[in-house]
Design a protein. Structure first.
Length: 157
């Protein structure tokens, strides 16, 4: 094999490998928009007083985790905690999300399966139950599932 052929073959193999690494990244703007849409849907559901609909943004799995003043594991445990701490519409108030930063996390082959999202939340409300905090920040780890983007880890403080 001549040096020229070797370099052509090496260049072809390198370009093929790099092309495979970038596959899946073309949908990046759509993925970020889909995550923002889920957050918007959560905000609307919360403001209607519908905790069950709000929770549709979370992955229904036993390892879905919420970190706040404590750690709650499992979709059902997180749902029950929300229902306990925000027992009625007055305690839920009006939720506003702001200052989103969506970072898509490509895997080894370049496909985007996870995302990290940070932002702020604000509750405008007249009643407080067990949850007294009205403002804070959050970091969310998202997974792209067959049902769409879902939160698998929520750290709100």
């Amino acid at each position: 094999m001549t040096a020229r052929r070797f370099f052509l073959l090496f260049g072809f193999l390198l370009a093929t490998a790099m092309g495979g690494a970038g596959a899946g990244l073309a949908a990046t703007p759509e993925d970020a928009a889909a995550i923002r849409q889920v957050l918007h849907h959560q905000q609307v559901a919360w403001n209607r007083g519908d905790v069950a609909d709000f929770m549709r943004g979370y992955k229904d799995a036993p390892d879905t985790t919420f970190v706040g003043t404590g750690v709650r594991k499992g979709y059902q445990a997180i749902l029950e905690s929300y229902r306990k701490h925000y027992a009625n519409k007055a305690q839920m108030g009006r939720l506003t999300f702001s200052d989103f930063d969506v970072r898509l996390l490509p895997g080894a082959r370049g496909e985007v399966r996870y995302a990290a999202v940070t932002g702020r939340f604000h509750l405008d409300r007249t009643a407080h139950g067990e949850a007294a905090k009205d403002d804070g920040v959050f970091s969310l780890l998202w997974e792209k599932t067959a049902e769409g983007w879902k939160i698998i880890l929520d750290h709100s403080s």
